[in-house]
Design a protein around this ligand. Sequence first.
Ligand code: ADP
Ligand code: MG
Length: 400
Amino acid sequence: MTEYFQDRSAIFESERILKESYTPNDLPERETQLKRLGLEVLSPVLNDAPPHNAFLYGKPGQGKTAAARFLLEELQDEVEDRSEISLTTIFQTCKGHHSSYQVACDLVEQLTGENPNGHPKRMVFTRLYDAFQEIGGIVVIVLDEVDNIGNKDMILYELPRARDNGHIEDMDVSVIGISNDMTFYDELDPRAKDSLCEVEIHFPPYDASQLRSILNRRSEKAFVDGAVTQEAIALAAALAAQDLGSARQAIRYLYKAGEFAALNDESNVSEEHVREAEDHVEQMNIAQSIRDLTIQDQLALLALTSLTAEDETPSPTPEVYSRYTDITSHVDTNSIAMRRVRSHLHDLDMIGVVSGAKRSGGSRGGPKYYWEINTDLDTTVNVLRENNRFDDVLDLIDKS
Ligand code: ADP
Ligand code: MG
């Protein structure tokens, strides 16, 4: 092998199993949720009746998508030899979609091969209902990450009522909505709540011991025997449990830790690799959240970054603001009032990119906020550099 490639087979037995796209066929930590989904929602199908509409919710990485995929596959297997039952399952992610229009277009494309994007909404829905009619029988649509389309959207009560409203006949459409956002349900339009949420199933965050079991099962298949220590698994589980309780996060830590071990030509994944992996994954997450910031948020961050490079942090709000106005005159954008920059700094604090600490103002009035960046300076500079407009300012930072 040339120096450009590396043989990772001493660490990984089957690396695919650590990828996002892998669906496990065993989720014992979700027994309660799977039972409810099976017994309360899907069982009518075995009696040739449409399942109830259902709503699955919980924070990201709690096995919602995996559980829905797994159980619908099981259901397909159950009905396979029963010719009197015609069941079709359609998975549709709403990620990146902001309206039911886009989701409906995607569904039509999935079913007919043609995307009706650009046509009037009524026509898109007519095509969708025609496509359903063509399939017939029982159609179950899983709308994953449905919170993306907003909770005022009509698709959530239109689809479950397609038959009642005469859009389809002699067949049935049921909807299973999945949401990562807990507030989505609370704010859902009452009509949508009424038709979609016949059964609601909550997926609470995993604790460390559940994450350990998940990682153990996954690593048995993914890693070479004995390549991962129990300590490394326990640490990855503990770190993820402390943070979001997300299985996705725990699996990412372990995968990255394996990659670090492989890169260093070591035959074991150790706790040290897991720590390195956590640090790396968190920096990547922060880099992504910096990319997603609005321009004014980025400018506030740029001001603080430039103060950091000069060792001037933690800085009080007026100092950050003064740097901010220097920068806005430089990069040719409008500047906003100090009060609003302060509120941008609080937003950055919320997502963990900066941190603000209150200090008492002593004899000179009430408490003041002092700000500093919460991320690695180099990472922050590199990500901000992706915006060419910041080049001049960042060049100055590099020189200091
Ligand atoms: P969600 O849809 O709730 O965000 P996913 O179902 O995508 O979460 O799960 C995130 C990752 O964790 C996936 O790789 C999934 O296979 C895995 N996972 C989640 N829960 C379990 C579990 N109980 N057993 C095995 N793997 C799991
Ligand atoms: Mg999901």
